[in-house]
Design a protein around this ligand. Structure first.
Ligand code: GRF
Length: 206
């Protein structure tokens, strides 16, 4: 059975497109059941719609009146994912911190891609952080989503050399190219049931 994916986005959606391309090319045995965005009319939603994928914009604003707005919103997201038969969730440029309530709905079935070699440069603006630190190498990481932001067990990484001439834009572009290969590959390992988590270590089964 193909892995039933839900993808959470907030913007451009280039990783989402890489996932859809990999599925089309037969490199990723999955089906994207639904794409959920916390931002209206972003490019990623439009691109997904053009490919005939079910999309939902879930506006965080109405949830502001709830006692715990972030959790209430996440329960709303979780409901959409469950109603669409999602078994595995891929965060792809999703600019919200996911609460434990949502993580618990998909135990060890929620992945994120981050544009640095974690644990270096977590959080926002990782490419700028790497340049300002003077790092000679950065890259991207796919990891399980846990309660600590960008702290979950690492599934796979790719390195990218940093040149002295690099700007945030040039470095980000080279890292993004690697992201587009890395994320579908990691999801394929999940689809094949080859990821085994032992503490912080993710074992890739043969
Ligand atoms: C990527 O750099 C990803 O690593 C980070 O946000 C960016 C999303 O880009 N989490 P896109 O929306 O997939 O084009």
């Amino acid at each position: 059975m193909a892995l039933a994916l839900g993808v959470l986005i907030s913007g451009r959606g280039s990783n989402l497109m890489a996932i859809l391309d990999a599925i089309q090319e037969g490199k990723l045995y999955a089906i994207v059941k639904v794409v959920v965005s916390n931002k209206a009319k972003v490019a990623g939603l439009e691109l997904a719609k053009k490919r005939g994928i079910q999309t939902v914009f879930l506006d965080p604003k109405p949830f502001a009146q709830e006692d715990n707005p972030r959790e209430a919103y996440d329960l709303g997201v979780g409901k959409i994912l469950q109603e669409n038969g999602v078994e595995c969730v891929a965060l792809a440029g999703y600019m919200r911190i996911v609460t434990p309530a949502l993580i618990r709905m998909f135990p060890w079935k929620m992945l994120n891609i981050h544009p640095s070699l974690l644990p270096a440069f977590p959080g926002l603006d990782s490419q700028r952080q790497a340049l300002e630190w003077g790092a000679k190498v950065s890259g991207c990481s796919v990891h399980f989503v846990t309660e600590g932001v960008d702290e979950g067990p690492i599934i796979s990484q790719k390195s990218v050399a940093i040149n002295e001439e690099d700007t945030v834009e040039t470095l980000s572009a080279r890292i993004l190219d690697q992201e587009h290969e890395l994320y579908p590959q990691a999801l394929q390992l999940m689809a094949q049931g080859r990821l085994q988590v032992e503490g912080r270590i993710v074992r890739i089964l043969p």
